[in-house]
Ligand binder design. Structure first.
Ligand SMILES: NC(=O)c1ccc[n+]([C@@H]2O[C@H](COP(=O)([O-])OP(=O)(O)OC[C@H]3O[C@@H](n4cnc5c(N)ncnc54)[C@H](OP(=O)(O)O)[C@@H]3O)[C@@H](O)[C@H]2O)c1
Length: 275
């Protein structure tokens, strides 16, 4: 991957986190470039990482082996049509991180078969703790797949999906998932304040408990259910709290919430995936 030229279209949050991760993993800034109509975004990226930036998408992709589409889903159609001519007869890899935009839509907008990999990252990629899922189309080579996987591993964990349809489920799980945990943390912090802790104490203990539980779940050979049972003594305090959560059917609520997120992902595909 060190010798691969990678161009990012869009210099927003996700592009910045991926660029940061790649550089932290030894990719030289002169192998990276990025485009964005916003001068302030380009300047910020240049100052932070020393990479070449340009307002013109077609300029940055000129010598790129890999092109990362990192714009909002509603802009994907226009951006792909804009660069399509520059990609004629090229075997370059296109990586799309746009939520809900299908491989078929991108191929159609390019008006030619192309090697495309769809990736669903998440915001913890900003601190190299992301969880991403990838799906490649049939025009993608093994080398290109390895490059995409190495890119995503530079900012966290990466897994391959068996079918593109699974992307909507991944969006509902790891794409939107950080917000679910933040919401639970918000609620725990607020409840702890109500129980007499000050905000600083409540926040620190909430966050460290979340990190500790996540690390235990990651490093332990036991599944989350077993880990939960291990900290729930009969007649103890945890059991009291879990009884309330179970009576309130938290599991059903989570199921409903994720189904709604998946449905929205399907709708977005239909809304922004048209020509
Ligand atoms: N953030 C997440 O948690 C997350 C998770 C999974 C997937 N994604 C996907 O990642 C993609 C990028 O998200 P993001 O959070 O990084 O968005 P973002 O911060 O808004 O970044 C997008 C950037 O693209 C720029 N842009 C607008 N029009 C452009 C054009 N024609 N050519 C080139 N650049 C253009 C925007 O500039 P302006 O600000 O001037 O418009 C902005 O700087 C989205 O498709 C999203 O679905 C994001």
């Amino acid at each position: 991957m060190e010798n691969t030229n990678i161009a990012f279209i869009g210099c927003g949050n996700m592009a910045r986190s991926l660029i940061g991760g790649l550089i932290a993993n030894g990719v030289k800034p002169d192998k990276l470039s990025a485009s964005d109509p916003d001068q302030a975004q380009r300047q910020a990226l240049f100052e932070q990482f020393g990479i070449d930036t340009n307002a013109d998408n077609n300029v940055v992709i000129k010598s790129a082996d890999v092109i990362v589409l990192a714009v909002k889903p509603q802009l994907m159609h226009d951006v792909v049509c804009e660069i399509a001519k520059s990609l004629i007869d090229s075997s370059r890899l296109i990586i799309s991180i746009a939520a809900g935009i299908k491989l078929d839509s991108i191929n159609q907008w390019l008006e030619q078969p192309a090697a495309i990999i769809r990736v669903m990252p998440n915001t913890p990629a900003l601190i190299q703790a992301g969880a991403a899922a990838l799906y490649a189309n049939e025009h993608t080579s093994e080398t290109q797949k390895n490059i995409a996987e190495a890119m995503m591993r530079s900012v966290g964990t990466a897994i391959w999906l068996d079918s593109e349809d699974q992307m909507d489920s991944v969006t509902a799980l790891s794409g939107s998932g950080p917000a679910y945990f933040f919401y639970v943390m918000e609620a725990m912090e607020k409840a702890a304040e109500g129980l007499g802790l000050n905000q600083e104490q409540a926040r620190l203990l909430t966050i460290e408990t979340a990190v500790g539980a996540a690390k235990m779940a990651l490093l332990s050979s036991s599944d989350p259910e077993t880990l939960r049972q291990q900290v729930t003594s009969p007649g103890g305090t945890t059991e009291q709290a879990l009884n309330i959560l179970m009576q309130g059917k938290l599991d059903e609520l989570i199921e409903k919430a994720m189904a709604a997120a998946k449905q929205r992902s399907v709708e977005l595909s239909e809304e922004f995936g048209k020509s």
